[in-house]
Write a protein that binds this ligand. Structure first.
Ligand SMILES: O=C(O)[C@H](O)[C@@H](O)[C@H](O)[C@H](O)COP(=O)(O)O
Length: 325
């Protein structure tokens, strides 16, 4: 997926690589870089991590090496894109999502997309503009939530309402392809009901299934992250983080209000084909640093550090969220 004209892109795979679509990165000066190849088409450059200036080299290469080794062993890919502005992040997130929509629509005849609450919905705004509004085959989208607050659908706290008002009501996704929770049920009931719904959709082939993990394999999960490093409604130190059996579970004491929520579990999150982690703002820089910076002695693993999909993980960061890398 192409990065914007002012992003930094780090790719952790068999060959650690950083590409610079422009030459004015405030973080990684070009003069120390060893170029491997350049792309006249995109203007991007690939270079060895050793070429990064000493401070950044130390910070980036440590993590890159261990991530690379892990990625190579597990065949996983991890990429980090840092954007100068939230608007550029939104432009690139739209292209990334639209490209995956085309890919899965062609390959599977459906595109299963999982949304989060919070600021993520606003970062999907460029999909509501040309060319995507007309070019995306919205009829193939199937929309789910990685977590939902147990409140009526028309409540201000509802992730469904947030997504409907800001995104879903503006694109021609058939209403029957949007899978909201049953808001008439208790948290426990809603989690069971949502898992039953997912199981039926796996059976009918709408949602792919991972033979390797035994869990549903969504095409794209769009995750946000809280300042405490939570993803979905999986909070630091909460036992739900360790759930290994259930597909969907519930929480009644969420530290982020409202307290009652349902959430996908890590085995489901990590069976995804693609995950985008969309994180902005200086308030999240510490958690981003813990997840992507130099490994530290701090053994308290944040939930976001457990995001490790079978497929490809891409971090979409603004420069404030990346400021401590
Ligand atoms: O329903 C929720 O609360 C979420 O799904 C939650 O996991 C959210 O994505 C993060 O808290 C980030 O939210 P912000 O992007 O608004 O900080």
């Amino acid at each position: 997926m192409a990065a914007s004209s002012s992003s930094i892109s780090l790719l952790f795979s068999n060959t650690p690589r950083i590409s610079f679509p422009t030459q004015d990165s405030p973080f990684l000066p070009l003069h120390n870089a060893t170029f491997l190849k350049s792309s006249p088409k995109t203007g991007s450059l690939s270079l060895r991590l050793e070429g990064v200036s000493s401070i950044n080299k130390k910070k980036l290469s440590c993590k890159a090496v261990s991530s690379t080794e892990m990625a190579a062993a597990e065949g996983k890919k991890k990429k980090v894109d840092v954007f100068d502005s939230k608007d550029e992040l939104a432009v690139n997130l739209a292209k990334y999502t639209a490209d995956l929509s085309d890919k899965f629509t062609k390959e599977r005849g459906a595109f299963t997309v999982v949304l989060s609450g919070g600021s993520l919905i606003d970062y999907l705004r460029k999909l509501l503009e040309p060319p995507y509004l007309d070019s995306v085959d919205w009829s193939k989208w199937r929309v789910f939530w990685v977590d939902e607050r147990v409140v009526p659908k028309d409540h201000e706290d509802s992730n469904y309402k947030l997504a409907y008002d800001g995104f879903l009501s503006k694109v021609p996704i058939p209403p029957g392809n949007v899978y909201a929770i049953n808001d008439a049920l208790s948290a426990e009931g809603a989690a069971d009901d949502y898992e039953t719904c997912l199981r039926q959709l796996v059976k009918s082939g709408v949602i792919d299934f991972s033979e390797a993990s035994g869990f549903p394999k969504f095409d794209l999960m769009l995750l946000g992250m809280g300042p405490d490093g939570h993803v979905a409604s999986l909070f630091p130190g909460h036992p739900l983080v360790n759930e290994k059996e259930k597909w969907v579970t519930f929480i009644k004491n969420s530290p982020k209000p409202p307290p009652e929520r349902i959430t996908f579990t890590f085995p489901v999150i990590n069976s995804s084909a693609y995950i985008a982690l969309v994180v902005t703002g200086a308030g999240k820089a510490d958690a981003v640093h813990k997840a992507l910076g130099t490994p530290s002695d701090d053994s308290n693993t944040l939930p976001v550090e457990l995001v490790s999909p079978a497929g490809e993980l891409t971090w979409f960061l603004d420069k404030n969220a990346a400021s401590k890398l």
